[in-house]
Design a protein around this ligand. Structure first.
Ligand code: MRU
Length: 337
């Protein structure tokens, strides 16, 4: 039986083809739906680094397939693991997936292929479960604001924060959806709006700088975001701009929800202070679509993640359950080893 939530979920951007990995090139959306075929682990690494595939769970899944493909090709796997691990620093799902693959190396190629498939399948199942858990926190008729892209494109499918929005819309709990454009790379404008339009979910794009004004208007009751790494005290690294949304939400009495699979939780990192924040090429900020928009000679600082402190988070939703107002003790109880 097809559920209402599944009707709003048609996109699969990471597809294993038996001997290579097919990725929907997220750099070109929404203008062009072009697929790229990665035929070795170096091409997968490049795709992760260049954001052809992006989003914390999706880069972990792509990396896992990169390792499985290298095993099929008889490559030495330790250098492949090191190469993939260095592709991007902040999203811990990448390291988590590679650690899982590493543990299977001794069992052979078939075991590695099964592990990559399991990582992908478990992510989709986690997203569906988190969708239900997160949506149940939202009062019927609410408005929500999301940031970046946390949907099918960023995961095995369905999405994390966008999964909650899919489930909340399907259940009639969410009446209004707003998406921030997410400068400079425009994941919200280019990717989230593409997913929402394609899956028939009405939404309005806002400039990132309109968020506090939107909250003041009373149109949104929840900000719902994903995560790239959640520290042991609940501090959460996510796309740049998340921190200021959390501050503005607290000021306006808007609730703040983080939605992420347990593969995003890093209990070995004590607090957000210890999370490496990726700095990307200033050119991403100095132009759009490769076209320079800022005067030649100007410089830019381009951190692409920030950290929302745990004290600003009302609900942390993972597939293991919901933690309200996360702190070290609650995190240890749910994720401690
Ligand atoms: O730089 P990106 O596009 O990979 O950053 C993505 C995000 O920050 C997402 O919010 C996060 O990975 C969660 S995706 C389910």
């Amino acid at each position: 039986m097809t559920t209402t939530a599944e009707i709003h979920d048609s996109i699969r951007a990471v597809q294993w083809q038996g001997d290579h990995l097919r990725l929907l090139d997220q750099r070109l959306l929404p203008g062009e739906e072009r697929w790229i075929d990665c035929r070795d682990a170096a091409q997968v690494t490049q795709a992760i680094r260049d954001l052809a595939v992006r989003g914390a769970p999706a880069i972990g899944i792509a990396a896992a397939w990169g390792v499985a493909m290298a095993a099929q090709q008889g490559a030495a796997l330790e250098p492949v693991l090191a190469m993939l691990r260095a592709a991007r620093p902040t999203a811990v799902n990448l390291m988590w997936a590679l650690d899982r693959m590493k543990q299977r190396i001794a069992s052979g190629t078939d075991a590695l292929l099964r592990e990559a498939q399991a990582i992908q399948d478990e992510d989709l199942a986690a997203n569906r479960h988190m969708g239900e858990l997160g949506a149940s926190l939202i009062a019927p008729g609410s408005g929500v604001l999301t940031h970046c892209n946390t949907g099918s494109l960023a995961t095995a499918g369905y999405g994390t924060a966008l999964g909650v929005i899919r489930a909340g819309v399907a259940a009639g709990r969410i009446a209004r959806v707003y998406a921030g454009e997410t400068r400079p790379w425009q994941q919200g404008a280019r990717l989230t709006m593409w997913e929402l339009v394609r899956d028939g979910i009405p939404a309005q794009l806002i400039a990132d700088s309109a968020a506090a004004h939107l909250m003041k208007s009373g149109a949104v009751q929840w900000v719902i975001v994903g995560a790239d790494r959640i520290a042991a005290n609940g501090d959460t690294a996510n796309k740049i701009g998340t921190y200021q949304l959390a501050i503005a939400a607290k000021y306006h009495g808007v609730k703040f929800m983080v939605v992420a699979p347990s593969s995003t939780v890093d209990m070995a990192t004590g607090s957000g202070e210890e999370i490496e924040i990726e700095l990307r090429d200033p050119a991403e900020l100095l132009g759009t679509n490769g076209c320079r928009t800022v005067v030649e000679g100007a410089q830019a600082w381009n951190p692409v993640f920030d950290v929302a402190p745990a004290e600003l988070i009302d609900a942390l939703v993972t597939e293991r359950g919901v933690i309200e107002r996360p702190n070290g003790m609650a995190m240890q109880a749910m994720f401690g080893r």
